[in-house]
Design a protein around this ligand. Structure first.
Ligand code: UDP
Ligand code: MG
Length: 321
């Protein structure tokens, strides 16, 4: 922020099949720029393998506005990888992450920049209310944020998405965290510095539909939890204690019946139940271990997070990775 002259704010927008949203978003961002005194704005659209007309729309935007930059990925790599690609290419003194569907109101950036100038390194947007989302999504989202807060050490702020502003020094540190299964809001919380929230009302999607169906939401949730917590692995220990202590109780019961009563103990049901229970517990904990091993495997392979097919509007183009 102490560079002489005007400050530069980079706005990073991951886009995946958002052809009707990029135009309106661009317009609103330009209006926002006008009210950022003393700061210019570059807008980095990361085309995450869109299959509709998004890319052509972006090229058209760039023809009229040379502060629009495009990173075209070679296929769909997913939201978090797309955001990372944008942040990697951003030159700004501050970097703003925003969704393309106008669920995140661009006007909030003015407030974010104000807080950043006061000296905050992260200004994240807190959803005070959400418009037009299913009760199921609201409920699962709220459950997820509370669960992850319970079982991880990092203080991930409740009800925040990736909509946020980050200072240059924090972004430089963020880029050094090279993990594959990226849970960006968690990584940013982990980094520390001075962080603050500003509230907003999350709007309905302008056009198109969500790219996070239940399956992807679940994967995202598991990424978030496994990146920051060992608690699921320790579950096996606790279930083991539970099973062992119920075995002790069982021994007591069996001895009592054998020594002090004449009632014969029927075996089949209890044997089957404990067999199925233990089999279930063992497979479940194996599956949990598998989640971690799969992620370790991905980390070890150390493939780049994304592949860039084309870049437009960057002076010194960096390689993909
Ligand atoms: N997105 C992306 N790649 C993907 C999925 C989503 O770049 O594989 C973008 C999408 O275009 C949008 C943002 O990530 O700008 C958030 O996605 P979405 O609005 O579908 O998520 P939701 O708001 O429903 O959680
Ligand atoms: Mg959305």
């Amino acid at each position: 922020a102490d560079r002489p002259g005007r400050q530069l704010v980079s706005v990073v927008v991951p886009v995946f099949n958002e052809e009707d949203n990029v135009g309106p978003l661009h317009q609103r961002l330009r209006k926002v720029e006008a009210s950022l005194e003393g700061a210019a704005m570059e807008i980095i659209f990361v085309d995450d393998g869109s299959r509709d007309g998004t890319y052509e729309r972006l090229r058209a935007l760039r023809r009229d506005d040379d502060q629009v930059r495009i990173v075209k990925l070679s296929r769909n790599f997913g939201h978090q990888a797309a955001v990372t690609a944008g942040v990697d290419s951003a030159a700004g003194d501050a970097v703003v992450l925003i969704d393309a569907d106008l669920q995140d109101p661009p006007e909030l950036i003015v407030e974010m920049v104000r807080k950043w100038r006061e000296g905050y390194d992260v200004v994240f947007a807190v959803r005070a209310r959400r418009e037009g989302e299913s009760p199921f999504k609201l409920w699962t989202a709220s459950l997820f944020y509370r669960l992850i807060r319970r079982i991880t050490q990092v203080e991930i702020p409740l009800d925040t998405g990736d909509f946020r502003l980050m200072s240059r020094r924090l972004v430089d540190d963020l880029l050094r965290l090279g993990e594959r299964h990226r849970f960006i809001r968690g990584l940013v919380a982990w980094l520390g510095y001075r962080q603050i929230g500003v509230e907003y009302v999350r709007e309905q999607r302008l056009s198109g539909e969500t790219k996070y169906p239940l399956r992807r939401m679940l994967k995202f949730a598991v990424d978030g939890i496994t990146s920051f917590s060992f608690v699921p692995l320790q579950l096996a220990t606790w279930l083991g204690f539970l099973a062992a202590s119920s075995a002790f109780v069982g021994v007591g019961v069996v001895l009592y019946y054998r020594l002090f009563t004449d009632i014969p103990l029927p075996g089949w049901a209890s044997v089957m139940i404990s067999l199925l229970f233990l089999g279930g517990v063992q497979l479940m904990t194996l599956g949990l271990i598998g989640e971690y091993i799969g992620r370790i495997y991905d980390e070890v392979k150390a493939r780049p997070l994304y592949i860039v097919e084309e870049k437009h509007g960057f002076v010194n183009t960096r390689a993909s990775g």
